[in-house]
Design a binder for this molecule. Structure first.
Ligand code: FAD
Length: 243
């Protein structure tokens, strides 16, 4: 068993995503054929055009491009929050079929919250994970040690801290929404760190689509009202400079 750290990889995305969005948008306002539109879209028009679309909230063209991320080193507590987002596709490592949680196969990996490290509680936390590992291994034995039929119920003692891996595909419109709610300081730290890294990677390949992406306060007043973190200037600066 070992501690895991966040790793986000942008695995795939629609080729030339901004050209695709510009083509779809041009189609809405032009009598030209699809073939002619493809020739008309010029890289130099894209920035202004995409900006105009997002300002108008004309977002259907943005739905034509998708991004697929491979994510590891997150807790089950985090993945539970991710999969609440319904306009996405997910494939998550199974605790039923992957027997890596057993001590003889290396044991389960886990995430240590930074707050626990900060108070000097890491050793305490790791000891508790070791205890859980014992419970898990005992249960696998008690359940007959028969692969998935033992793993499927032995996993009931695994903690929210247990590491998971997930592949996520979202279109850019859903990503803009996801970043709005999950990059916010009011979101939980782990999903916030993950969403921020996803945004950093997406911005590298689609700088215009994601130019103003980030929590709601990046472009508007804070949507959290009385619950605001009160750090709007700092947050705007962080997302403006995210590379
Ligand atoms: C800071 C924070 C705290 C949270 N705390 C809790 C909590 O304590 N308990 C809890 O249960 N959940 C909690 N959630 C999860 C939240 O309630 C939503 O389940 C989650 O944000 C995903 O839903 P979504 O509206 O963001 O939209 P997504 O599922 O990402 O869909 C995107 C958009 O599509 C539209 N849409 C999608 N599905 C429908 C539908 N069926 N009907 C109408 N419109 C739809 C909506 O406009 C939606 O905003 C929290 C989320 C955040 C960001």
């Amino acid at each position: 068993m070992a501690e895991s750290k966040l790793n986000v990889i942008l695995l795939r995305y629609t080729p030339n995503p901004e050209e695709m969005v510009a083509q779809a948008a041009r189609l809405c306002y032009s009598p030209a054929s699809v073939d002619d539109l493809t020739k008309q879209v010029k890289t130099k028009d894209m920035a202004g055009f995409i900006e105009k679309l997002t300002d108008m909230r004309h977002l259907s063209p943005v739905e034509h491009v998708t991004f697929t991320f491979g994510i590891e080193g997150i807790s089950r507590a985090c993945s539970h929050q991710i999969v609440r987002h319904r306009l996405a596709s997910y494939s998550q490592q199974s605790q039923r079929y992957v027997g890596q949680q057993s001590k003889k196969s290396g044991g389960f990996h886990f995430i240590v919250p930074p707050s626990i490290e900060k108070i000097g509680g890491k050793q305490w936390f790791v000891e508790k994970m070791e205890t859980i590992q014992k419970w898990y291994d005992e249960l696998v034995e008690m359940l007959g040690n028969k692969g998935e039929s033992a793993f499927e119920d032995a996993r009931f003692v695994l903690p929210n801290a247990a590491e998971t891996k997930i592949i996520i595909t979202m279109n850019a419109r859903e990503l803009l929404h996801f970043f709005r709610v999950r990059c916010c300081n009011r979101a939980q730290w782990e999903i916030r760190d993950m969403a921020t890294e996803m945004l950093r990677l997406a911005k590298q390949v689609s700088p215009h689509i994601f130019k103003d992406a980030g929590p709601g306060c990046v472009n508007d007043k804070c949507p959290e009202g009385k619950m605001t973190c009160g750090k709007i200037t700092e947050v705007r600066e962080k997302f403006k400079n995210l590379r």
